[in-house]
Design a protein around this ligand. Sequence first.
Ligand SMILES: *Cc1c(COP(=O)(O)O)cnc(C)c1O
Length: 427
Amino acid sequence: MNFEILDKKNIWHPFTPLEGALEPLFVESAQGVYLNLKDGRRIIDVVSSWWVNIHGHSNLFIAEAIANQAKKLEHVIFAGFTHEPAIRLSENLLSILPKNQSKIFFSDNGSTAVEVALKMAIQFWHNQGIKNKKKIIAIEGAYHGDTFGSMSVGERSAFTTAFSPYLFEVEFIDFPADQNKEKIIRDFERKLQTSEIGIFIYEPLVQGAAGMRMYPPEILDQMISAAQHYGVICIADEVFTGFGRTGKLFASDHLKTQPDIIAVSKGITGGFLPLGVTSCSQKIIDAFKSAETSKTFFHGHSYTANPLACAAANASFELLMRNECRGNIQRISESHLQFVSKIKSHKAIKNSRALGTILAIELQADGGTSYFSEIRKKIYPFFLERNILLRPLGNVIYVLPPYVITNDELEIVYISIEEFLDQLAEK
Ligand SMILES: *Cc1c(COP(=O)(O)O)cnc(C)c1O
């Protein structure tokens, strides 16, 4: 079988034009931070395979947990039935999520976790017969997923143009930063005072897809406090930031306030299987606590709480809780910060920043953070030639490796980045 030809003939890859795209790289196996290609190359995966991998590829502990679960119970309908992996996972998650979270709802991925969060919050108002709280506030530049609800609460861009007539209206607040802090809070409060706002959704501290844009916890704390003062339901989209990415278990752990609803996915299974979780506080639950069908939450997916995904998540949780893993997160965080202070005044750099295991370098190049910026087309092959997988977001190079990456491997990546910056500055 000629796999390369069949791939091109049969398969429609995501975020990939059907003409003119680079041939996809054929991965035969993967171990730790390395992808082993069919042509013999070993590539360091410092984007954690779209931000999902946290303990390294093909981790044996997680692989065995899945295999053992598969021999016992592979899947079962989750309405009217339950099972141990899901119950264990609910306990595990509630033990580390912000203290006010009291129930766990399962779905399949980050977008569905956000859809569930939005539907819970919308029905929260509906179940109480409150009709004027129809508006949602999101943050400019937000990305919450690719389904219609999650697209609606995200930034309108070239990615959403074709669908814009079908997206519901959302009010966007400017991206918060130290410089516009007072104005943001004022604008935000003005919107809240109209009493039409029912929901506030945000990516805590880091907007991933927008180019790893970071903002200070103090501003977000003020926004959440203000929103909750007006009774607005706050949804933290921790799909990307959860499970240690920002240095703490959740980005919300950097804050004094606590969200009413949290969406998580990506790192939850260690990057093995798709799983989404939406957690909520007792306040949300109270609006649904009724035997009336009109108050029931009618949402569910065929693979809800899939036992294999739950088993993977429980194994991943166990690894995440070990001192070794927490030490790795700490080590990567410090290493990133050191690298930022080393390169921050480089001529080719507009801004460099780090939070936890996330390093982001914004280049001086034109085209901004646009996915279609020209510089993007240079960055990707430059690093691939050096056996490093970096997928820039426009003019932003970012590194967010699996937590098992060693200092030596990090150093290889840093050196290549410096080499790239020097080449850029020479031009
Ligand atoms: C990736 C991401 C999503 C969507 O998750 P999928 O599993 O890709 O559907 C939602 N929100 C944030 C913040 C993300 O980074």
